[in-house]
Write a protein that binds this ligand. Structure first.
Ligand SMILES: [Fe+2]
Ligand SMILES: [Fe+2]
Length: 546
């Protein structure tokens, strides 16, 4: 009997047919050399208040003894003991040890040096050390960067690519205060025999930047893993310490404020129709290692978590947006999520009506400025959108009318003053070109008119019997619409990084965000460190009075 067999997984709907091969590393084998408490995969996240608190998180191959962070500055030298969080992978049985040190009481807009160690750290004489900066308070300038779909540089893993190392270096080139990582972190669920090893390669790659500045993630469909919790997110949740959301679903969504901007991170798996979590395509079942005691996972099984919060996330979102609308210190609202409400990718997943139904009306009502996504491995920017048109879609099979809730653009040309006013409409960005090996830089076109066309998923595409006996597949999008909202699509490469510079008080009495998207030309063929400017735009609006 083969355990965690090959050729049993496929990716999400948009990449259906791509069959996963098992990685080269044996199940349960550690990556970090000797199994001791040496810190690895070190990364920062903001605490409840980014101006005064930060989490230092890491992993070690074996249980750490007295894991701790040492703040090393003469003005603030102290030891912060870390808490341990572990899980045992439900497919290969490996136990993962992670550590989380909450550093609070920091000064705003200040630099701190720190080291990470344990009594059984092989580098204890010279422990890992780095430095970070806390967020500013009030209306201050700052920069952040963003992309999703990063994967790892280890090409033994499905959907990994050497570009993901350059993508991490790109963040360091721009030196942001923090980075938004928009889901599909490492695709561990496509490597079912070695999920923890994929996470380790991801964490060690990301450390080159995430030890220096917070990387704030959201879960993507490839964080949903068989055997690791009811919603498959145990591996993700064990590794990340994130701001509390006050609900029964910690870590899956959260908010934090930096300067005059509120950042809201969502888990769109809760509202999307598409079925794109872990999936056994067959014909063989997926066999967990005997040590797990878990039963075989039969062909046709998918981990579909639509609606898992029972509406709790959407209620939290509306309450958060109401509070933001009443807070005069907040000029900007930026949403991070993985899946896309507005995507015209030709071979990717496309747009999901579930997000349009559940969240776009809230983004309209409370004036969300930006939505930053991943999922489709390309770059696309929308015009500012408000509201929607009804019954403008078509069923891909029958041609019948479908109500896709087609988003309505409210500005459809570059403004004469060069500034988009997002108080009129929300701009959606697809930034799915972190580093995964499946770039997608082709976009849909209406064959009759030649205008941009988007696939739209309006129904759950649960597994159905495939062509070969005992196999299962999933349908792609069931509808199409004209992408009247699509403003810019990068057809040169799927890879890139977006850089956002917030200016809280421009001389004309406004506040602005300058956005530059840099793409990695040629990376579709060979990995490159060369990220070049693709386009720039400016958002500007009146400040809210204090
Ligand atoms: Fe992805
Ligand atoms: Fe995805």
């Amino acid at each position: 009997m083969t355990y965690v067999s090959r050729r049993t997984f496929v990716t999400g709907a948009g990449l259906s047919g791509l069959v996963a091969a098992a990685g080269s590393r044996a199940a349960g084998e550690h990556t970090g050399g000797a199994a001791d408490g040496t810190p690895e995969q070190i990364h920062l996240t903001f605490g409840e208040d980014p101006a005064t608190s930060v989490w230092v998180s890491w992993a070690s191959a074996a249980q750490a003894v007295n894991p701790r962070v040492q703040l090393q500055d003469s003005h603030d030298a102290r030891t912060i003991h870390a808490v341990q969080r572990t899980y045992t992978d439900g497919l290969n049985g490996q136990t993962v040890f992670t550590y989380h040190a909450s550093i609070t009481g920091l000064k705003a807009d200040a630099a701190y040096s720190y080291s990470v160690t344990a009594d059984n750290d092989a580098n204890r004489a010279r422990p890992f050390s780095a430095a970070f900066r806390t967020a500013p308070r009030g209306r201050a300038r700052f920069r952040w960067t963003s992309y999703g779909d990063l994967a790892t540089p280890n090409t033994a893993w499905v959907l990994s690519s050497p570009q993901s190392a350059f993508a991490v270096k790109a963040v360091e080139r721009f030196q942001p205060l923090f980075h938004l990582l928009n889901g599909d972190l490492c695709y561990a669920n496509l490597n079912p025999g070695a999920q923890p090893a994929v996470w380790a390669d991801f964490g060690n790659n990301v450390q080159a930047s995430a030890a220096n500045r917070p990387w704030m993630p959201c879960p993507g469909n490839h964080e949903i893993e068989f055997g690791n919790g009811a919603d498959g997110l145990n591996a993700y949740l064990t590794r990340y310490s994130l701001p509390a959301n006050g609900t029964a679903f910690p870590g899956r969504w959260y908010q934090f404020q930096v300067g005059s901007a509120l950042f809201i991170s969502l888990n769109a798996d809760d509202v999307i129709y598409q079925d794109s979590g872990a999936f056994v395509a067959g014909p063989a079942p997926l066999m967990p290692a005997p040590s797990t005691g878990n039963a075989p996972i039969m062909p046709g099984t998918s981990l579909y978590i639509h609606g898992y919060s029972g509406g709790a996330q959407t209620r939290w979102l509306e309450q958060t947006l109401i509070a933001a609308s009443e807070n005069k210190a907040i000029d900007w609202i930026i949403v991070q999520m993985h899946q896309d409400a507005l995507s015209s990718s030709k071979y990717g997943n496309g747009s999901d009506k579930g997000i349009r139904e559940a969240w776009l009306p809230l983004f309209d009502r409370y004036g969300v400025d930006l939505v930053l996504c991943g999922h489709d491995h390309d770059y696309e920017r929308s015009w500012p959108v408000r509201g929607c048109n009804h019954d403008t879609g078509r069923d891909v099979n029958t041609g019948a009318k479908v109500d896709t809730l087609q988003p309505q653009p409210v500005i459809t040309a570059n403004p004469s003053n060069g500034q988009f006013d997002t108080s009129q409409g929300t701009i959606h960005f697809i930034l799915g070109g972190g580093g995964t090996s499946a770039p997608l830089d082709a976009y849909g076109e209406n064959p009759a008119s030649g205008v941009p066309q988007a696939k739209v998923i309006t129904q759950a595409n649960r597994p159905i019997p495939g062509a070969a006996p005992g196999t299962f597949t999933k349908r792609g999008a069931d509808a199409v619409e004209d992408a009247i909202w699509s403003a810019r699509r990068d057809t040169d490469t799927g890879y890139g990084i977006a850089v956002f510079d917030l200016d809280p008080a421009t001389p004309d009495g406004k506040t602005s965000i300058s956005i530059s998207y840099y793409h990695a030309l040629g990376a579709d063929k060979a990995a490159t460190a060369d990220y070049r400017l693709f386009e720039s735009l400016v958002l500007a609006k009146h400040r809210r009075q204090t």
